[in-house]
Design a protein around this ligand. Structure first.
Ligand code: GLN
Length: 482
């Protein structure tokens, strides 16, 4: 059964149950099911019950806000004061953050309850959650398959009903892709909408934090709490945050939805395509105008991303040197040995691969040929979107080319793994908002549909998604988790 945040909120307000009761209920479920799914790295039961008790007191005093007392899970990449923040890496297995990320601070202020920290691909690099030091995560719909990545733990936790909402980060698709593969709703906001302060950095110019939940309506509530200018993050944008819930019910008759032909071409699984086509006819019935568009430079997005993201990661991860941060090797003979062995032991294979690619692309002899070239091509990708949004209000496409694949199937084939993000990562290169919503099933596995909005138009895609969710029930389907 699906219980939404909206329903929990009503139950708390009507005193049908307390926050302590629902928190305990989620903790019990986590206790039963996490062994199989492995979606939590840390479960913070004691803290959760304490937060829930204070939320109950706030609600009783009549001072609660919409999220007071709502349990949540947070991706283990957000710094949480006094709680381990591992980033799925041996490197940070010993790292207890001394402060809260802005997003966490904001949720604390809203009165949410933290159930625990969720599993992820090491430093958010991956599309299957198989790159974690803490082991891979099972997809609740079929545990022999991956939940997607890198925020696979958060997506699996929400899909398995172990939390009604969760946070993720999306550098190239890590909210939308796992949301699609797990059959839930997730949104990546416009670059700059949500503060990156206290989120362990991977690709600084690409990543944004965002929420997972069952419905667009719940995502609107969570995103509201996360958004806003933060003077501590120089990439945060000082722009008013609209009320994301207000426009949810707006009529979408006449809305122009663009279908980019490049995202419906070779490489898209035919059953996934059929599901998306059926969904498009729903939008048509809702009065939207469907327009064919072209984003001619999309073929560049994977090569561009896999130069820019590794370049930024090689720089960001240089602080993990066993001195300032992270795992330290035993008995180093000198400083060089300390650096070398600490980093060789602390990082996993994919992270090392990216550090090497990034260091190479940034090195003096190759900077112009790779990094600068990639930045130029990045501009072309962005311009494609800018032109498209002169024609349409929203862009629609599949979130992923296929449904969740088997665990182990692509681990030896990084290029094939990188192709999983073919429809998601151009948005990060352009800085645009996008979301994934459940649109149907193929091979008994969920299929996600992606809605892309213009800059700072999260309200519009949330509205479009909400209208779809009012006439369909894919988002309410729950897996049978044993
Ligand atoms: N799968 C992509 C990568 O491995 C995106 C990851 C992400 O969004 N954090 O880089």
């Amino acid at each position: 059964m699906t219980i939404t945040i909206k329903q929990l909120q009503k139950g708390l307000a009507d005193k049908q149950f307390s926050s302590v009761e629902i928190t305990q209920d989620y903790l019990n479920k986590i206790n039963q099911k996490n062994i199989d799914l492995n979606c939590f790295i840390s479960v913070t039961g004691e803290l959760a019950l304490k937060q829930a008790a204070s939320a109950d007191a706030v609600i009783a005093s009549g001072k609660g806000s919409v999220l007071t007392g709502i349990p949540m899970a947070h991706k283990d990449i957000f710094c949480t004061d006094g709680v381990k923040t591992s980033c799925g890496s041996k490197m940070l297995d010993n790292f207890i953050a001394p402060y809260d990320a802005t997003v966490i601070e904001k949720f604390n202020r809203s009165g949410t309850v933290m159930l625990g920290k969720t599993n992820l691909d090491e430093f958010a690099m991956g599309s299957s959650n198989e790159n974690s030091f803490y082991g891979s995560v099972g997809n609740p719909w079929d545990t022999s398959r991956v939940p997607g990545g890198s925020s696979g733990g958060s997506a699996a936790a929400v899909a398995a009903r172990l939390a009604p909402g969760a946070t993720g980060t999306d550098t190239g698709g890590s909210i939308r892709q796992p949301a699609a593969l797990c059959g839930i709703t997730g949104i990546k906001p416009t670059y700059g909408r949500v503060s990156r302060y206290g989120i362990v950095a991977f690709g600084s110019s690409l990543e944004q934090a965002g929420p997972f939940a069952h419905t667009a309506e719940d995502c609107a509530l969570l995103l509201q709490s996360m958004s806003g200018f933060d003077p501590r993050d120089s990439t945060s944008v000082d722009q008013a945050v609209p009320n994301f819930s207000v426009d949810l019910n707006k009529d979408i008759a006449g809305l122009k939805i663009g279908l980019p032909k490049e995202f419906f071409a070779d490489g898209l699984d035919s059953d996934v395509a059929t599901v998306i086509e059926t969904a498009i006819s729903e939008f048509h019935k809702l009065g939207a105008e469907i327009v064919d568009i072209s984003l001619p430079n999309m073929g560049l997005s994977i090569p561009v991303y896999y130069v820019v993201a590794p370049a930024e990661c090689s720089s960001n991860l240089s602080r993990m040197d066993g001195v300032r941060f992270g795992h330290q090797c035993e008995n180093p003979i000198d400083l060089e040995d300390l650096y070398k062995r600490s980093r060789s032991e602390g990082f996993g294979e994919e992270v090392k691969r990216r550090i090497m690619i990034g260091t190479y692309a940034l090195s003096a002899g190759y900077y112009d040929a790779y990094y600068l070239k990639a930045q130029r091509l990045r501009r072309l990708i962005k311009q494609d979107y800018v032109k498209a949004f002169e024609q349409v209000d929203v862009i629609l496409c599949p979130t992923t080319p296929e449904v969740a694949f088997k665990r182990g199937e692509k681990t030896d084939d990084p290029i094939n793994m990188y192709l999983q993000d073919i429809y998601t990562l151009s948005l990060n290169l352009a800085g645009l908002p996008g979301m994934s919503i459940p649109a149907g099933f193929s091979q008994s596995m969920p299929v996600g549909l992606q809605l892309i909005g213009n800059y700072f138009e999260e309200s519009r895609i949330l509205n479009t998604a909400h209208k779809f969710q009012q006439v369909t029930d894919w988002h309410l389907k729950a897996p049978e988790v044993k």
